[in-house]
Design a protein around this ligand. Structure first.
Ligand code: ADP
Length: 368
């Protein structure tokens, strides 16, 4: 029998509840005890019965479809420091937990991977300072950690889809459908800002799914002159053909190749000045995170929750921590450390405007 804990961390995403539910119920079904760590790494660092609670089958009843995360999430500065992770190690051992499933984005999984790598030295330090007994040090010599990826941005390397991305996409499409009606009525243009700092997946997919006229994503920068001419050419052509509305989608991380962000205001100004369009801006903001999880996310989160428990039950100290992914519709397990490294490399390449490198890293991943 194992004592398996689950937590959610970083930005909330629809489907996290379904993931937590699946982890808890699978753990119980396999004969283990299940625990939830409340409020992300903050709960891990603070510890105690307020934050680390045993969960029973009925505790997660009704969680499958619910958006957000019922066990809370947080951004936790203390966990970034070794002292915070030492305390977290102590709290887990005190609660008798020997396996941890973390559902979060790349930041959370980076933290999880670091925690796993450090674990033996943390245990040693706790034992030598007398905070835990020698028996406890032996019993908790390793911690099985498994990551599941919850993120609306779909920005994690090594997985085709992250939990929450399709729900967020559905919400964006719904919002743009609403905007379409009013845009069409008044022959207006709307510039819609969607989330995605390093990753244009939401903007790109929403563009396809809503028949947007033009999109801006971080991965495809252009000079100011080029994007202005290109966008005005396309939007102007659509208008000449009789289209009564214009939708331009801007990912929040969109940039031009002179290192400047492309903002909705920049786009509005061009549509007004050059095409004379009556133009409005809609920033979707946190609406994109809300609401129930779409069927795809419920299913993905459930399948991944089952796989995560099975991975920690099968895991041993020699194998690197797994991250549960989906590749070509199959639930697979990938080394967490590789996924984290690759995600960071792509984000850094985009931040440094080295798009050729970002694209080749992504291509290499897909050609694996
Ligand atoms: P996300 O998981 O959605 O990418 P963040 O990047 O904010 O969100 O990470 C969530 C939390 O994970 C942080 O507040 C911090 O506690 C932890 N974390 C992130 N990066 C690290 C790191 N390099 N080392 C330790 N902990 C980290």
């Amino acid at each position: 029998q194992r004592n398996i804990a689950v937590m959610t961390s970083g930005g909330d995403a629809p489907g996290m509840n379904a993931n937590v539910r699946a982890v808890i119920r699978t753990a119980i079904f396999r004969g283990s005890r299940a625990f939830a760590i409340y409020e992300g790494y903050t709960g891990l660092v603070r510890g105690g019965p307020e934050y680390i609670r045993e969960m029973h089958w009925h505790d997660v009843r009704g969680w499958l479809a619910e958006g957000g995360t019922n066990i809370g999430t947080a951004r936790c500065k203390e966990f970034r420091e070794r002292a915070g992770r030492l305390q977290a190690c102590f709290n887990l051992i005190s609660a008798g937990i020997d396996a941890l499933v973390v559902c979060g984005g790349d930041g959370s999984l980076t933290g999880a991977d670091l925690f796993r790598a450090e674990w033996p030295s943390l245990v040693e330090e706790l034992a030598s300072s007398g905070k835990i007994s020698a028996d406890q040090a032996t019993q908790y010599a390793t911690l099985n950690i498994c990551g599941t990826v919850g993120s609306i941005d779909n920005d994690m390397a090594s997985t085709d889809a992250t939990i929450g991305a399709y729900s967020s996409l559905a919400r964006i499409c719904q919002a743009i459908d609403y905007i379409d009606a009013t845009a069409n009525s008044h022959q207006r243009a709307f510039v819609v800002e969607v989330m995605g700092r390093h990753c244009g997946w939401l903007a790109l997919m929403a563009g396809i799914a809503t028949n947007a006229d033009y999109i801006f994503i971080p991965e495809k920068p252009a000079s100011k002159k080029d994007w202005e001419d290109h966008m005005c050419g396309i939007v102007g052509k659509h208008r000449k053909r009789g289209k009564r509305k214009t939708i331009v989608i801007v990912a929040e991380g969109a940039i031009s190749n002179d290192l400047k962000p492309i903002t909705c205001k920049d786009v509005l100004k061009v549509l007004v000045d050059r095409l004379g369009l009556d133009t409005r801006i809609t920033t979707l903001g946190h609406v994109q995170r809300g609401g129930t999880a779409v069927a795809y996310d419920r299913i993905l989160a459930t399948r991944q929750g089952v796989a995560a428990v099975d991975a920690v039950l099968a895991g041993n100290a020699d194998t690197p921590s797994p991250m549960i992914a989906v590749a070509e519709n199959k639930i697979v397990s990938r080394p967490l450390v590789d996924a984290v490294r690759l995600t960071k490399q792509v984000a850094e390449a985009i931040e440094n405007r080295d798009f050729a490198k970002a694209i080749s890293l992504r291509d290499a991943e897909f050609n694996e």
